[in-house]
Design a binder for this molecule. Structure first.
Ligand SMILES: [Cu+2]
Length: 155
């Protein structure tokens, strides 16, 4: 499994000031625009509200001619990491459910966006604050493992 490069990390402090684009790349996969919402969230059937959960959104581009799959990752210090899909249930209530993996189409892209797929951090021991940058590791079945900087926002 190849290791990806973390793009733009050297320029981190500059990026924090001017908001330049940061990304991670491995093989034919590029992950960009990763950000996290630090806030209390209702979660699943239990409807528990906890500030120690956070959702991460990002964009994945696949320049290869073979589909790939993003699978859930374990991340040190970030609690339990799951891939979630937001959906409307039979009672018109918005809920999130874990999914095993997400296909990244060949020569295409997949977006993890509000109201859709996202990566969920559950029971984060030290929840990041707006302005923080966390490093998230993602695994793509074909292309390998990549780390990407995630900007924590409050909205
Ligand atoms: Cu979720």
């Amino acid at each position: 499994m190849r290791r990806g490069d973390v793009g733009g990390e050297q320029a981190g402090s500059v990026c924090a000031r001017i908001g330049c684009r940061r990304f991670g790349r491995v093989g034919e996969i590029t992950v960009s625009d990763a950000w996290s919402l630090a806030m209390a969230m209702d979660h699943g059937d239990e409807a528990t509200t906890s500030a120690t959960n956070a959702a991460i959104y990002l964009q994945v581009t696949n320049t290869g001619d073979t589909p790939d799959r993003l699978v859930p990752v374990a991340a040190e210090g970030l609690g339990t990491v799951e891939l979630h899909q937001t959906a409307i249930d039979a009672n018109s209530v918005m809920r999130m459910a874990p999914v095993d993996s997400l296909e990244i189409p060949a020569s295409g892209r997949a977006g993890l966006e509000t109201g859709g797929y996202h990566i969920m951090l559950i029971d984060v021991p030290n929840p990041p604050e707006p302005g923080d940058t966390i490093l998230l590791t993602l695994i793509f079945e074909r292309n390998g493992t990549v780390s990407v900087p995630v900007e924590v926002r409050n909205r």
